[in-house]
Design a protein around this ligand. Structure first.
Ligand code: OOB
Length: 569
């Protein structure tokens, strides 16, 4: 890989596919500091798996279902599968630096596939199972991907047909590779994943400071951006996450959310579990029925959930016959988990709550297992690393940011820089010019407050704050008040245009199933009686059956706004 003035060029030397300068690397002096501090250890994921296989051999690394079959692979078997798949992919012409769009649901094959690509030095582009044609085409085009690797069908959607269509549309895509789960769809001209297992090859280890994969941004506007993460930087966050979340060899991590997302992948996720020599269980779906059965049968000790799912699990735990007593820690993150919900989770699931505030771009914050309860209930944690730099700045003018720091404890926009936070999105020079400060801090777009212990409370998104006639309303705060009502399972607040106020608030509420849903006036009175400023009482309340969600299951306020504009609610 060549470096030009702090930028790296694509590793391919073929001028037809060489993407040119595509992402910003860490400046040399900072990189040297991260190495000297022991954060970056010059190890790749492929080498790590070999070491893990030596250390843990016959212990179970992965459990999951492919089609109707339960599979259980030891560390040795996972390592062997990754070696053989790497050889098969090499046989297809996949080389170091090539991009491969990966769209797998929670099947055990996820891990050998990802590690095979890591070993080759080819970059998985982590699409989510919920993505469809417009996203997959965008990922393939933007990255010049050489292949798409997916499953035949999942949740009654024909992914093989979609992969074939995208391969037909995007010239760089030479192969569609499909995991056949026996769903019975036509695989067309796709290569079967099972046919790729070949005799292992001796492959050169990729550059640990080079890109390992492309993650996707949560993306509040437009299509997701691509996030280049390196072996060195990501391994640091995985290693520390495993430690902070107390993973041990006898831990069992349940991937309930789609494993390709950064949260179940690395916070501490399946990679953290592997790192600790623990077992990863892939749940085919995130719903309480499916997951509780696995918690019982596999004696799951730890998992990670987005807040709407945590609310649903807490509700379901009260009436399940399943034995959930093995659960020790439930991480909740991805969106704000307000105090009301936070206080419900531990007692309902009889476990320790750990809040996590992370982003695929890098920075991850955790409440610590020995933090006082008050911090666990009211904050989203503190950074993983002593070298994560955090600045809380004046959010007032996003177009002409002064980036002046606010007073300690005051609300402001979060900027961050550190050993595992990217310095630029992949092939997005124009966007990078505003998404990062000139000195390399990432503008997270999150509104936060930082307390004296360094714990961060997320107040909302800079852009989602509702400006109600000059009074600022954080949707998350109003949602938390609504969630305190016993009849409310979930709440989402958005701003709606208003002739007089500029914006007013509209609260959507999902009632607890089976109960008589609370009415708008009842809920407005309820919020008012909790002693909040009148301007925070939602102007409109709508009761709906469910919320639209993002690919990882976060409530999509963007989709709610769209539905409201188009008159669907
Ligand atoms: C995780 O990653 P992304 O990339 O899907 O989304 C990042 C964004 C953050 O910038 C923030 O706006 C929001 O999601 N977020 C939270 C939060 N955790 C994430 N907002 C409030 N409270 C939280 N606890 O979502 C992600 C990555 C790694 C671990 C966990 C979540």
């Amino acid at each position: 890989m060549t470096s030009v003035a702090g930028r790296s060029t694509g590793p391919s030397d073929d001028p037809a596919t060489d993407p040119g300068p595509d992402h910003t690397r860490w400046p040399a002096d900072e990189a040297a500091r991260h190495r000297a501090a022991g954060h970056w250890r010059g190890q790749t994921f492929g080498t790590l798996l070999t070491l893990l296989a030596d250390a843990h051999r016959g212990r179970t690394a992965v459990v999951g279902r492919t089609g109707g079959r339960t599979q259980r692979w030891s560390f040795t078997e996972l390592d062997d599968r990754a070696h053989r798949l790497a050889a098969g992919l090499h046989g297809l012409g996949v080389r170091a630096g090539d991009r491969v769009v990966l769209q797998l649901p929670n099947v055990p094959e996820f891990l050998p596939v990802v590690f095979a690509l890591f070993r080759l030095g080819a970059w998985p582009v982590f699409a989510l199972p919920a993505h469809r044609g417009s996203e997959l085409r965008h990922f393939a085009e933007r990255t010049g991907a050489v292949a798409i690797l997916t499953v035949d069908a999942h949740e009654r959607f024909d992914h093989a047909a979609l992969a074939a269509a995208v391969a037909g549309d995007v010239a760089s895509v030479r192969n569609a590779i499909v995991l056949d789960t026996g769903a019975g769809v036509d695989l067309g001209g796709a290569v079967g994943l099972a046919d790729l297992y070949a005799d292992p090859l001796d492959l050169p280890d990729p550059d640990p400071e080079g890109v390992a994969f492309l993650q996707l941004s949560g993306g509040s506007t437009g299509l997701p951006k691509l996030i280049p993460r390196t072996h060195d930087d990501y391994l640091y966050s995985v290693r520390e996450s495993a430690r902070i979340c107390g993973l041990r060899r006898d831990s069992v991590y349940l991937a309930a959310l789609p494993a390709a997302h950064n949260f179940p992948l690395s916070s501490p996720g399946v990679l953290g579990a592997l790192h600790a020599g623990a077992t990863s269980v892939f749940s085919p779906g995130p719903d309480a029925d499916t997951a509780f059965a696995l918690v019982e049968s596999e004696r799951v000790t730890i998992t990670g959930l987005v807040p709407p799912l945590a609310a649903a699990w807490a509700q379901a735990a009260g009436r399940t016959a399943r034995d959930l007593s093995s659960l020790e820690v439930v991480l909740v993150g991805g969106a704000k988990c307000g105090r009301e919900l936070a206080a419900r989770i531990g007692p309902a699931l009889d476990c320790r709550l750990q809040q996590v505030f992370g982003m695929a771009e890098g920075l991850v914050n955790y409440t610590r297992l020995d933090d006082p309860d008050e911090l666990v209930l009211t904050t989203q944690g503190r950074p993983i690393s002593p070298d994560d730099e955090v600045r809380v700045v004046d959010p007032d003018d996003p177009l002409a940011p002064s980036d002046a720091e606010v007073a300690p404890g005051a609300e402001g926009a979060l900027l961050t820089r550190g050993p595992y936070t990217i310095r630029g999105y992949y092939r997005a020079a124009e966007h990078n010019a505003t998404a990062f400060t000139p000195d390399g801090f990432y503008r997270t777009g999150d509104l936060v407050r930082r307390g004296p212990t360094g714990h961060i409370e997320v107040v909302g998104r800079v852009k989602e704050q509702v400006n109600r006639g000059g009074e600022k309303v954080a949707p998350e705060e109003v949602e938390d008040h609504l969630m305190a009502h016993p009849g409310v399972l979930d709440a989402a607040v958005i701003g709606v245009e208003d002739e007089f106020l500029g914006e007013r608030t509209c609260a959507y509420v999902v009632p607890v199933p089976g109960d008589e849903p609370p009415t708008g006036p009842v809920l407005r009175r309820f919020v008012r009686e909790r002693g909040v400023a009148a301007f925070k009482v939602p102007d409109v309340v709508r009761v709906v059956e469910a919320f639209p969600v993002t690919g990882v299951g976060k409530t999509s306020r963007r989709e709610l706004r769209r539905a409201l504009r188009s008159g669907e609610h």
